[in-house]
Design a protein around this ligand. Structure first.
Ligand code: MSP
Length: 517
């Protein structure tokens, strides 16, 4: 059977500084979707990478007394190391300084030129270097960038322009016809009102910087034009899946593209990028989803420049990786801003992971050891309506998890999974296997434990994308020999697959309670 393609991307990260938890947020989200869809039988391509050209990198290199490429080479290693540490399962990593990318960029420019969509003009307005963004007089506030609140600088230089205005109507029509194209809805509305104020042509070259891809001469000029870094960077979504070199792979994935981005870079993705694609006649991506910011206590975006950045290594060293992956996507509804707080983190880990999930696992395994010599009992036949309710719930939750992740709603998916975990904990309390043992009701006792083991198996499948390592540990503790990723939801998430007679193992607490003094 041919697998359905699923193409998921993160923004490509600037190489001016070391990564922090805010950058990790988008990549972790993409990883959860990639892992879940692989398990759900899709043929997934998960792309991330680095955005290495432009003034921001040029300035950072100057400050570090090095060349932009040397700086990039160094910072890229930090990203690769962090992604490995966070168990990111990307299929490729694209750098915009790679030849495979630059070739595609030049090809796209030629196509846009051929279409008659580029002309020489004069840019005179504002520019924010940290955001690499052009702003008009009316958009800036007190001389500051409306996105990052830092000082903007006045530019007046010759520039090539892309006829973005030409695609205004076509883009609006596409957004209207495809309500899921820009998500969440509030962001979609924001983009629609922005377009309705009238799209201007986009300046796509700079003559006052030198670090970037040179634009071929289009009209007679003495100036050397360097391509605007966003025009260059957005094209990574094409070059990363082989737009020129591997057209069958490209065609297979492209129309399924989902771009996960932060809300600060919405305009580039939901306006500039689609109009570029309309110019070269490529289909638009399937979805652009803009998430909110992880904020500090005062509600400010966490960032290096604000000095409130959180080091992912420090957090994982203190609490472990899976609790971090769980916390970020359970605590903050994806799409909204949310505060990163140590107290909230500890509370989540202790209540959801240690109390609910961890306890269900350790109680079940301990009782299976005590009453069944660690062996998975026979698949039960005489089910009561209470047993059946739990079984039905497990199947409902599988479907709900799929639906919520299809809609990129991580917290709802986790809430659904926890209804199953909660219900099973209550089932265990009501059935009280320790009493059944005393009363010699072996059949009922074994049935109860079978049901708990089976719920744990299904839960491990469902939590795998969020917490790969812990879920695999649960899987193995249940006595299953292979890896979760060798399974699919289709064959494994239905009821009754745990093998009777297989030997379970008691393992140390997966999510130890965090002590607060
Ligand atoms: N290079 C551009 C993207 C080009 S994509 C063709 C860029 N890079 S970035 O390194 O500045 O940011 C990358 C992503 O990190 C953005 O989606 C941004 O929203 C995200 N985050 C950075 N800080 C963040 C938080 N504090 N919270 C959540 N995400 C934030 O932009």
């Amino acid at each position: 059977m041919n697998k359905k393609p699923y193409y998921i991307t993160t923004p490509i990260y600037y190489v001016n500084d070391v990564p922090h938890i805010g950058n990790a947020y988008t990549t972790l989200a993409a990883d959860i979707l990639a892992r879940f869809h692989r398990l759900d039988g899709y043929d997934v391509f998960f792309l991330t990478g680095t955005d290495e050209h432009g003034q921001k990198t040029e300035k950072a290199a100057e400050k570090n007394k090095t060349t932009p490429l040397e700086l990039a080479d160094r910072v890229v290693e930090n990203y690769r190391k962090l992604w490995k540490h966070l168990q990111i399962s990307n299929d490729d990593f694209i750098r915009t300084t790679e030849d495979r990318h630059k070739k595609v960029v030049l090809d796209i420019i030629q196509k846009v030129i051929k279409k008659g969509d580029i002309y020489l003009g004069q840019y005179e307005d504002w520019y924010c270097i940290p955001c690499e963004a052009f702003w008009t007089e009316t958009q800036i506030t007190d001389g500051n960038c409306p996105t990052c609140s830092r000082k903007v600088e006045k530019l007046k230089e010759e520039s090539y322009f892309f006829r973005m205005s030409k695609y205004e109507k076509e883009l609006l029509a596409h957004i209207e016809k495809n309500p899921d194209f820009i998500q969440p809805e509030s962001r979609r509305n924001e983009v629609v009102s922005f377009i309705k104020t009238g799209l201007r042509d986009l300046s796509i070259s700079r003559t006052t910087i030198s670090w970037g891809i040179p634009v071929p001469e289009i009209e007679k000029t003495n100036k050397k034009h360097i391509l605007y870094v966003w025009f260059d960077a957005l094209i990574n979504y094409l070059s990363g899946i082989g737009y020129l070199e591997n057209s069958s792979q490209f065609n297979h994935y492209w129309s399924t593209a989902i771009h996960l981005i932060g809300k600060d870079i919405l305009r580039f993705h939901a306006v500039y990028w689609p109009t570029m694609l309309l110019s070269i006649g490529l289909p638009l991506p399937k979805k652009i989803f803009a998430h909110g910011w992880i904020t500090g206590k005062s509600g400010e975006k966490i960032s290096k420049s604000k000095g409130n950045a959180i080091d992912p290594y420090a957090v994982t060293q203190e609490f472990g990786l899976d609790p971090l992956r769980y916390f970020l996507f359970r605590e903050i509804p994806f799409g909204l801003d949310g505060e990163y707080s140590r107290e909230a983190f500890i509370h989540r880990v202790n209540s959801d992971l240690a109390n609910d999930y961890g306890n269900l696992l350790s109680r079940t395994l301990t009782m299976v050891q005590k009453y069944c010599k660690g062996v998975v009992p026979q698949k039960p036949k005489n089910l009561t309506s209470q047993d059946q309710l739990l079984i039905n719930l497990s199947q409902k939750v599988v479907q709900e998890t799929k639906d919520h992740l299809q809609a990129i709603s991580f917290s709802k998916a986790l809430i659904a999974i926890w209804t199953l975990i909660g219900a099973t904990n209550r089932y265990l309390e009501t059935m009280a296997p320790w009493k059944l043992a005393k009363e010699g009701k072996t059949q009922e006792l074994e049935k109860t434990l079978y049901l708990c083991l089976e719920v744990l198996r299904i839960s491990a499948l469902l939590t795998y994308a969020f917490m790969p390592e812990s879920s695999q540990k649960i899987w193995s503790a249940l006595g299953i020999q292979d890896k979760i990723e060798e399974h699919t939801l289709l064959e494994s998430s239905t009821w009754g697959h745990i093998q009777e007679g297989q030997l379970t193992h008691i393992i140390p607490p997966l999510f130890p309670r965090i002590q607060t003094s």
